[in-house]
Design a protein around this ligand. Structure first.
Ligand SMILES: [Zn+2]
Length: 127
């Protein structure tokens, strides 16, 4: 076991594999650090993020939600930079959009991501 892990290798993630429902277990390798991977890898590529010490980072989500998060983040950054809004103001706007404090795109689910993407796309057309 690596020195920086506080969780034992091959420990199960609390969530099931987002792709197939099997167990996700903790792995660590030099290139990507700690992560939870499906026990049916390579047949299944389901995975979930981990902190560098091995604790789960958020919930396990499907690949399409991960892709939506990347897209939403790119569009959001592009939009607020284009209208010269500060990062702080942009995140305050995001809180207003969802009526929640300290919204992080990395924690948004599929429906919220779709709302964000559609809203930003609408705003960008008005620029
Ligand atoms: Zn799986």
């Amino acid at each position: 076991m690596s020195d920086n892990l506080v969780v034992e290798l091959y420990t199960r993630h609390p969530d099931p594999c987002p792709e197939c429902g099997a167990d996700l277990i903790l792995h660590e390798n030099g290139k990507f650090g700690a992560y939870y991977g499906c026990i049916y890898y390579p047949r299944c590529h389901g995975s979930a993020a981990a902190h560098s010490d091995g604790r789960p980072m958020g919930h396990a989500v499907t690949h399409d939600v991960k892709v939506l998060r990347i897209l939403a983040h790119k569009l959001f950054d592009k939009w607020y930079n284009a209208i010269r809004m500060s990062r702080n103001d942009a995140y305050a706007w995001l809180d207003t959009l969802f009526d929640v404090d300290n919204v992080h795109i990395a924690n948004l689910g599929r429906e919220e991501l779709k709302i964000l993407i559609e809203t930003v796309q609408r705003e960008m057309k008005r620029c």
